[in-house]
Design a protein around this ligand. Structure first.
Ligand SMILES: [Zn+2]
Length: 146
């Protein structure tokens, strides 16, 4: 999944801890800058799963994904997505909100109540992040209004 909260996800390299305690380093993850949702980059997801399984079977406790996936392939992923900046607070773009409203209109048109509920939740989340941004931004100048 490259999209979350109506926006393209960003990429970061991070170690992965498997359920059985195996540590795999140099794994490209996609991160949503709005809700923080994090997934292994889809193009290497299968290799990651297989390699972790392989290491666990062999009793290897730590390895690098670079042993299973070429550096060029990782570089390709890094160049496809925006780098994730963990210093930045969650943010929402106008495009995201517009996109969600478009989807909402479509869901309402076809009368898919389950979908409408999902979109409502997403919009609620976008709104919360947005309010958080505004509160932080205006805090110094407009705090007397609150
Ligand atoms: Zn998200």
């Amino acid at each position: 999944m490259d999209f979350c909260c109506g926006a393209t996800m960003a990429v970061k390299i991070r170690p992965l801890h498997s359920d059985r305690g195996m540590l795999l380093t140099d794994v490209p993850f996609l991160v949503c800058h709005t809700c923080g949702n994090t997934v292994v980059a889809p193009s290497v997801e299968t290799q990651v799963t297989l390699y972790v399984h392989h290491c666990e079977t062999d009793g290897v406790t730590q390895a690098s994904l670079l042993d299973a996936v070429s550096e060029a392939e990782i570089a390709e992923i890094l160049s496809t997505y925006e780098p994730f900046d963990s210093e930045t607070d969650p943010y929402v773009t106008e495009d995201q909100v517009d996109h969600m409203l478009d989807v909402w209109n479509f869901a309402a048109e076809i009368g898919d109540q389950h979908w409408i509920d999902e979109i409502k939740n997403s919009l609620h989340l976008l709104h919360q992040v947005k309010m958080h941004e505004l509160t932080q931004f205006h805090f110094a100048s407009t705090s007397s209004r609150f």
